[in-house]
Design a protein around this ligand. Structure first.
Ligand SMILES: [Zn+2]
Length: 106
């Protein structure tokens, strides 16, 4: 038998294009959208209730993730994201401190 006609398999099934790579996703406490960790900062609460930006990703303590922009910091401040994550109210001063830390990092 002659197999002259090769079947065209152009119809590649791409039904699961969501399964690209396993990127660890975290929810931003500002916009509540899942982002990959590299697009987020981790904010950690120290035992003395100050919040710091964890640039190493290895600090101990309760942490929350937030996008690398001031907008999401504001959102997290106003929508209670910090409150939910850290079980405490943060002051506007603390918000400013975190913002400055993030800005310095750019
Ligand atoms: Zn965000």
């Amino acid at each position: 038998m002659m197999m002259t006609s090769i079947m065209k398999m152009t119809n590649i099934s791409k039904n699961k294009s969501m399964n690209e790579k396993k990127i660890p996703m975290r929810i931003c406490i500002g916009c509540n959208e899942p982002k990959s960790k590299k697009d987020l900062y981790r904010v950690v609460k120290l035992p003395d209730n100050t919040l710091v930006v964890d640039k190493t990703g290895k600090m101990n303590g309760r942490g929350a993730y937030i996008c690398k922009n001031a907008e999401c910091l504001d959102k997290a401040f106003h929508n209670g994201g910090f409150m939910r994550s850290f079980k405490m109210r943060i002051s506007a001063d603390q918000l400013e401190t975190i913002k400055k830390e993030l800005e310095n990092d750019r």
